[in-house]
Design a protein around this ligand. Structure first.
Ligand SMILES: [Ca+2]
Length: 295
């Protein structure tokens, strides 16, 4: 496709300054193959956390239903969740994306002893995994989860003093004693954009929303990903940090199996297992100059 050819010829100039490469990632010869990425990361949580200024958060449908989850009787943390619901994704997305997943934590002393996810207005107990633990950080709660490259830290914040926490951001610490492959991009990635320049998490099952400003949508899993408001005119970038040894845009492009423009969306496919959909973007509104490949 001629479109693709034009993309490849563009250089990295102009976008190199976007990212401080930070940690040097070794190319340990792993065969770059879309689908190798750690798609299992965070699969149990899936959706993107909202925040107080995220789109459509805060309508007042009421969470209710907490009594049948078995936590209402615990008082304290869980008891305040009722009536605080109204958790939805950005406008027009229906309930398919769960961008504003909400959680309730049961804290004893300085320890999280249980946590619950609000699903369809009902608090459901979430299983604490052997490779994860939670720490209290001021008013926030941070989940530390062991991964093949070190630790993944997910920050949960309470938006409205109502006991409901939302995922705010995720970041990584690298343990080079591990075998890798290691991600390159170590800045915290937000689950919902602000009006300013943001580094955004792009996760399967979420609809990534950057808001205004120059936003970097950081792609680190080979999965079916969707971005709601990519806007090159605001300086938005697609940043590939797949930690699979990708070295260049040319290499990335070699894994593209299809580029389509359908239903007002720009869809790039990497085989059947991975794709990136830029919603509301036509082919003139995205090019290789808007892409950064971390290596
Ligand atoms: Ca933004």
């Amino acid at each position: 496709m001629s479109l693709l050819g034009g993309f490849i010829d563009e250089s990295l100039e102009g976008v190199e300054g976007l990212i401080d490469l930070g940690v040097d990632v070794s190319d340990d010869g792993i065969d770059a193959n879309v689908g190798i990425g750690d798609t299992g990361l965070d699969a149990s949580l899936g959706g993107s956390g909202g925040e107080s200024d995220s789109p459509d958060h805060g309508d007042d449908e009421g969470a209710g239903g907490t009594g049948d989850s078995g936590v209402a009787g615990d008082g304290g943390s869980a008891g305040s969740a009722g009536g605080a619901g109204g958790i939805r994704g950005p406008s027009g997305t229906g309930n398919a994306y769960d961008n504003n997943k909400a959680f309730v934590f049961e804290v004893s002393g300085n320890e999280v002893i249980a946590f619950f996810e609000l699903i369809d207005g009902v608090l459901k107990p979430a299983a604490m995994q052997p490779n994860e633990f939670f720490v209290l950080d001021g008013r926030d709660i941070v989940r530390n989860k062991g991964t093949h490259f070190g630790t993944e830290m997910t920050r949960f914040v309470e938006a409205n003093d109502d006991g409901l926490f939302f995922r705010d951001s995720e970041s990584w610490s690298i343990d080079h004693e591990r075998s890798g492959p290691f991600p390159s991009f170590l800045e915290p990635l937000r689950f919902a954009g602000t009006d300013g320049d943001d580094f955004l998490s792009v996760r399967e099952g979420t609809l990534s929303f950057g808001g205004a400003g120059a936003d970097a949508f950081v792609i680190r899993e080979a999965a079916h990903l969707q971005i709601l408001d990519f806007n090159k005119n605001e300086g938005d970038k697609l940043v590939f940090d797949l930690a699979i040894g990708l070295q260049s845009k040319e290499q990335l492009s070699s894994y593209i199996t299809d580029i389509a423009y359908e239903d007002n969306n720009f869809v790039v496919s990497f085989g059947s297992a991975a794709s990136i959909t830029l919603m509301g973007v036509n082919p003139d509104q995205i090019g290789w100059a808007d892409v950064v490949v971390m290596s």
